[in-house]
Design a protein. Structure first.
Length: 194
């Protein structure tokens, strides 16, 4: 009995890993349950044993992605500038299936059902808190504003760079966002009010 439960848990994890990559690569509507199950190495008919609906799969997958990222961050978590440089990199642009959920699915997630948006809202709050803790020499209000502004710039730049069909334009967008964020940080550090 215990082995059966372990196998079910392993299968569920495989389904969510497959879904996480496929959803970020193709969008929610561009992925079928059959593709997710195939990516997990399982049959389509086994899906109902793990999830009641695609919506439930989306919510569970996003929640698991955020937990996994908290356990083992894929980008630097010690310095917001270092995080931004790593985030605004051409390799991140080229790999949406392994990258930021918000840049890959943001517009779709704005129309997601309530339970999914609640998971996303909690993740947004945690990420803002993490980024605010990385800001140096700023008060709580200023640190939070810097965290939100920096993150919004990163996500927006990544979305635009992925839309662009021109590699040159995509590179320019990412480089310009890095320059902008570096200038903003220097401006804050050199402010006479500090």
């Amino acid at each position: 009995m215990a082995r059966s439960q372990q196998q079910k848990a392993e299968s569920r994890q495989a389904i969510m890993r497959s879904a996480a990559n496929l959803f970020r690569e193709k969008g929610l509507e561009g992925v079928t349950i059959a593709e997710v199950m195939d990516g997990a190495g399982l049959t389509h008919g086994g899906f109902p044993r793990h999830f009641a609906s695609k919506e439930e799969l989306v919510t569970a997958t996003l929640a698991e992605l955020f937990v996994a990222e908290t356990r083992a961050p894929s980008l630097p978590t010690y310095d917001l500038r270092a995080f931004a440089r790593a985030y605004l990199h051409p390799e991140h642009r080229a790999a949406p299936g392994a990258g930021c959920v918000f840049a890959a699915l943001g517009p779709e997630m704005a129309r997601a059902p309530g339970p999914t948006r609640e998971v996303l809202t909690a993740a947004i709050e945690r990420q803002i808190e993490t980024f605010a803790s990385m800001t140096v020499g700023e008060g709580a209000v200023e640190g939070r504003a810097a965290a939100i502004g920096t993150w919004a710039t990163m996500i927006g730049a990544m979305i635009l760079a992925r839309i662009a069909t021109s590699e040159a334009l995509a590179g320019e967008i990412l480089a310009s966002a890095r320059i902008f964020l570096d200038a903003e940080e220097e401006s804050i550090r050199s402010s006479p009010c500090r």
